[in-house]
Design a protein around this ligand. Structure first.
Ligand SMILES: C[S@@+](CC[C@H](N)C(=O)[O-])C[C@H]1O[C@@H](n2cnc3c(N)ncnc32)[C@H](O)[C@@H]1O
Length: 202
């Protein structure tokens, strides 16, 4: 049987670069533009899941589910939050494609409101970077995340010591020292290129 080639990004040429880095399986997922350009490629999502402590994980910004599916594929139970009902429903559909929907509970709303009601082992934070132009900022700061990264980290530390955050490769790494907490930094590569960092506060 001939395999149908889906090498052309269905959301337009301007996002082709993001499409190219997906596997054939990932290309079966449902996306909108933001969901596609902000998706954690599965290879990287699995690395993050391997390095994240505990079995109950809150993914506070689930998008179309790239990271949440990675945690679930590693057998973790996930509470996946997003304030977009559309993306949350795409994430549900995508978790079914990968056979992990039973491990993920989906919650729609503002994570700043929902997080204080939860008691997970770890919190994973992947707030928006302000669109595809984030690379034009010389030094990406915590205040460039939406919502503000410092408020997010302070809130998360009031819930658990184990907090993981995805950081763009132009992030001002010095900013991580202000919390007086131990952390580990992971470089995440895709096809030999540095994609971004992940910080693991333990
Ligand atoms: C960078 S994307 C997450 C990508 C995801 N980690 C993945 O791999 O597919 C950020 C998501 O955060 C959501 N978001 C933005 N502000 C939010 C908030 N206050 N509470 C919950 N979700 C929010 C956006 O709708 C967007 O889908």
């Amino acid at each position: 049987m001939t395999e149908i080639l889906n090498d052309i990004c269905p959301l337009g040429n301007h996002l082709q670069h993001y499409w190219d880095r997906l596997s054939r399986e990932e290309r079966k997922m449902e996306f909108d533009e933001e969901g596609l350009f902000s998706l954690t490629p599965q290879k990287v999502a699995l690395e993050i899941a391997d390095n994240t402590a505990g079995n109950i994980i809150v993914d506070a910004f689930c998008g179309v589910g790239g990271s949440a599916i990675g945690f679930a594929l590693k057998g973790k139970s996930v509470i996946a939050i997003d304030n977009s009902s559309d993306r949350l429903s795409m994430a549900k559909n995508n978790s079914e494609i990968f056979g992990v929907s039973s491990l993920i509970e989906f919650a729609q709303g503002d994570c700043m409101q929902i997080l204080p009601t939860l008691k997970p082992d770890s919190i994973f934070l992947d707030p928006p970077w302000g669109g595809t132009d984030y690379g034009n900022i010389t030094e990406f700061k915590l205040s460039n995340f939406e919502p503000d990264g410092k408020s997010l980290l302070d809130l998360s530390f009031s819930i658990t010591n184990s907090v993981v955050m995805r950081l763009p490769k132009n992030f001002a790494l010095d900013e991580l020292n202000q919390f007086n907490k131990k952390y580990e930094l992971q470089k995440n590569f895709l096809d030999g290129q540095l994609l971004h960092y992940c910080v693991y506060f333990r």
